[in-house]
Each structure stands twice: as C-alpha cells, then as structure tokens.
Design a protein around this ligand. Structure first.
Ligand code: HEC
Length: 237
C-alpha cells in the first residue's frame, strides 16, 4: 500500500522535492517565493483536474507500468445508487445467493455533473459488489449487504492517458493495482451501446437522470433503447 501511495502522490512528491532542493540555496524571501510557486503549481494542477485545492486530489493515479491504483478513500465519495441482483441478459444466470452493488463517484466529477449533465476528465466511478444475506442479527426477511465484497470494478475517464478516453479496471480482494481491461472486453461494447450519458449508466442513478434529461446530455443510444422499450407491448409509455 505504501508503494502504491507513493506512486499516487508522485506529483506532490516531485513538487515538495522542488521545495526541498531550493530551500537551502538562498535567503528567506527566496524560500517564500519558492514555496508560493510550489503551492501555485499544486493549485493549478488541482484546478485543471476539477478538484478543490487543499483536499485529497481524487484524480486517477497509476503505477509506473500504467496500472490503476485503487482509490482507497472511495467510500467517502458521493454515493449514486445501489442495485439488487441486476442482470443484463434475458433469462440471466441464476446465482445461489443475492448480490447488491453500490456505485460511488469522486466528488469533483459529481459537482461537475450537476453543472453540466456529463462527466469531466478525471471522473472515477466505482462499482462495489457485495454478497447479500437474509440471516443475521435481528433480520427476518429481505436482504442486507455483508462485509464480503465480490469484486470492485472501476470506470475511469482520463482523456490524455487512456486509449479511448474511458477505461475499465477490475479489482480482486487484494485491491492490487489493476491493468486496463482490453478494448475487446464486453464492458466497453455494452456501456457504449446502452449507457445513458457518455458510456455510463446514468439511467440507474436516480438523482442524476433528471439532470442529464434537463441538460440534454442523454445519448442517442439510450433514447433509442427507451423508444424501443416503450413500444414493446406490456411496457406502455
Ligand atoms: C450487458 C451490459 C454490461 C456489461 C457487459 C458490463 N456492464 Fe457495467 N454496468 C452495466 C449497467 C446496467 C450498470 C449500471 C447498473 C448497476 O449498478 O449495475 C453498469 C455499471 C457499471 C459501473 C458503474 C459506472 C458506470 O459506468 O455507470 C462500472 C464501474 C461497471 N459497470 C464496470 C463494468 C466492467 C468492468 C465490465 C466488464 C468486466 C462491465 N461493467 C460490463 C451494464 C454492463
């Protein structure tokens, strides 16, 4: 985790290195100027990625091999929605237990979405899958989420860094840095063919769908899906 953290803070480390090198050279005013310059650099970088200065950067971070470093603090981000046993194919596979998923997004991207109805560069969406359970404590029926995660998937928008703006990453229990999933993976085609906003499933994030609708950012693919669904008998508009 330390190595990953170091890599993630590479830019901050480089900036503080600059300060450390410069500090012994000259007098106090020189130091002040250097510090102000370094602070300016951090500030400019944060703004360019849409983050608030002074808080954890929340930008995608990679190892030297280009593997995405797991964003350890995603649980303090913005919660978008939960899904129970969602299945995207007719009939679907039967699982021996239920599963719930929770979707989170980094706060800077969320704030930007509220203003524009779409995702900015630097968006990180986390889908945390959890085993559901009925038996536990005082529960008698229904399902609750357990401590057992069943994989965590991440969808990142990083325009300058990823081959096609967005990339998918899948993390196992170890949460070790993950390589980007290949473009041929079904993740890319399903999200592009059905995602309501910029390859993401905003149609399932109830507080964001009205914003995208109002801002006119819904994808043609989604509008087409909706028209077809409403035209199907039994799904009346
Ligand atoms: C057949 C369609 C389909 C495929 C294939 C698919 N997804 Fe998704 N994905 C969805 C739907 C629907 C949602 C939103 C609902 C939910 O919470 O599950 C979603 C949501 C997500 C999210 C939350 C952010 C977003 O983009 O909305 C992530 C992350 C994600 N999927 C990762 C993956 C990964 C990784 C793969 C491939 C291993 C994958 N998905 C394959 C349909 C698909």
């Amino acid at each position: 985790m330390t190595a990953a953290g170091d890599a993630g803070n590479g830019r901050a480390a480089a900036v503080s290195g600059l300060v450390r090198q410069a500090a012994p050279i000259d007098n106090d005013s020189m130091k002040t100027t250097t510090l102000a310059l370094a602070a300016g650099l951090i500030f400019t970088y944060s703004i360019s990625r849409g983050d608030s200065p002074g808080v954890h950067t929340q930008s995608p971070a990679y190892t030297a091999e280009g593997h995405l470093i797991f964003p350890a603090d995603y649980r303090s981000w913005i919660f978008l929605s939960a899904g129970l046993d969602m299945n995207y194919s007719e009939g679907g596979m039967q699982m021996s237990h239920h599963m719930l998923d929770n979707v989170f997004v980094n706060p800077a991207a969320y704030k930007s979405f509220l203003a524009t109805g779409t995702w900015p560069d630097g968006t990180i969406l986390v889908k945390e899958n959890r085993r559901a359970e009925t038996e536990g404590s005082i529960n008698k029926s229904g399902q609750f989420e357990t401590t057992e995660t069943m994989g965590i998937e991440i969808h990142v928008k990083d325009v300058g860094h990823l081959p096609d703006q967005w990339g998918f990453f899948a993390f196992g229990d170890s949460l070790k840095p993950a390589a980007i999933l290949p473009q041929a993976a079904s993740c890319y085609s399903c999200h592009a063919a059905h995602g309501a906003v910029d390859r993401t499933f905003v149609q399932f994030y109830p507080t964001l769908l009205p914003i995208a609708t109002a801002k006119g950012t819904l994808s043609e693919e989604y509008k087409h899906d909706e028209a077809a669904r409403k035209a199907t008998p039994g799904h009346g508009a």
